[in-house]
Design a protein around this ligand. Structure first.
Ligand code: FDA
Length: 308
């Protein structure tokens, strides 16, 4: 499959260096990424909020291999949270973090990532907003959920992402569908083996529906992160079936993907949160967006060829 092949090849350092060195990728990068600085992210947030949308902001970076880099990620989030508070976006913007960016793969990684996440959660509390932990590949699902459990003791509004493509996710949804929890349900964006994840798109979609039912029936706050029109329709129906009003759950989509649909749902009175990534370390994020849609890849390849 093109998607998993692309995700696997993209792990090569040579390919990464080639792509990030090419000055020609700008147009493609800009479609999905808010810019390089926290000021860019805040400016995009201002535009989204002005259009009746909400935001969750991600400082790009993952798989940190150096403690100083993990510290720099924390500093970037503290700066971002200060700017969000100053701009008055506490009620409309939260932040998303990746435990691998916070040092999970370093020596004593789980403890380092937890401490770094705590610093960000504390700053988020001071800014009167919340943090959601992104979910990365399946090898760190357990550690991520363990960090979530610890964080939620002190910061109960910390959210988690669960990926419908993993066989385990229905059970994780049951565990987390409790009062006060916030769960962002997505299909999953990494190349995962058959031993842990559904490979067939229809099976992933069915799993997504089963997980939505669990979350909608539970006591937590479901965050339906998908652009899939069928799943959005089913989500609306389930919300109705389970007596959830428009503000008792939210839709979430990625910056640059289906903006008209984001506006349509917001126009119907639903909460729609846009995931806004910013920073210079955009490679891994961009590859996942290219892998999701072959036409993005064609556009990207064309931009490499035509601007050289
Ligand atoms: P699907 O891929 O079937 O797409 C449905 C339709 O949406 C497509 O037909 C197309 O119209 C549009 N679309 C989707 N992707 C597109 C793209 N890249 N370019 C252009 N159009 C596109 N994953 C993960 O593993 N861990 C995480 O923490 C997160 N976090 C996250 C947060 C939020 C807010 C969202 C919306 C998504 C994530 N994801 C994620 C990504 C997620 O797992 C998934 O890969 C993408 O959302 C695409 O899946 P869809 O559900 O949109 O369906």
């Amino acid at each position: 499959m093109l998607r998993s092949a692309l995700l696997r090849v993209s792990r090569s350092h040579k390919i990464k260096n080639l792509v990030t060195a090419a000055p020609v990728t700008g147009g493609v990068v800009e479609r999905f990424i808010a810019g390089e600085t926290s000021a860019n992210a805040v400016a995009v947030t201002r535009r989204l909020v002005g259009a009746g949308l909400l935001a969750t902001i991600d400082f790009l970076g993952e798989d940190t291999t150096d403690p100083a880099q993990a510290d720099a990620v924390v500093v970037a989030y503290l700066d971002l949270l200060t700017k969000l508070r100053e701009a008055g976006f506490s009620q409309s913007a939260e932040v998303s973090i990746k435990v691998s960016a916070l040092g999970l793969h370093l020596r004593d990684g789980p403890q380092i990532a937890l401490e770094n996440a705590e610093l960000i959660c504390r700053a988020a509390r001071m800014a009167d907003t919340a943090v959601t932990l992104d979910m990365e590949d399946h090898t760190i699902t357990d550690s991520t959920l363990e960090i979530l459990r610890t964080l939620r003791k002190e910061y109960p509004n910390t959210g988690a992402v669960l990926q419908a493509y993993l066989y385990r996710t229905e059970l994780d949804c049951r565990d987390l569908a409790e009062t006060g929890s916030r769960v962002r349900l997505c299909k999953g964006a990494y190349a995962e083996p058959e031993s842990v994840a559904f490979q067939d798109r229809r099976q992933i979609d069915k799993s997504y529906v089963r997980c939505m039912k669990i979350l909608m029936a539970g006591g937590g706050f479901p965050m339906l992160a998908t652009h899939d029109p069928t799943l959005i329709e089913i989500g609306l129906k389930l919300a109705n079936d389970y007596g959830r009003r428009p503000r008792d759950f939210e839709f979430q989509m990625l910056y640059g993907i289906r903006p008209t649909e984001q506006q349509r749902l917001a126009g119907l009175g639903h909460a729609v949160r846009v995931y806004v990534p910013y920073g210079t370390d955009w490679y891994g994020y961009l590859v996942r967006r290219l892998a999701e849609r072959p036409s993005n890849l064609k556009f990207f390849m064309r931009s490499l060829v035509t601007k050289r």
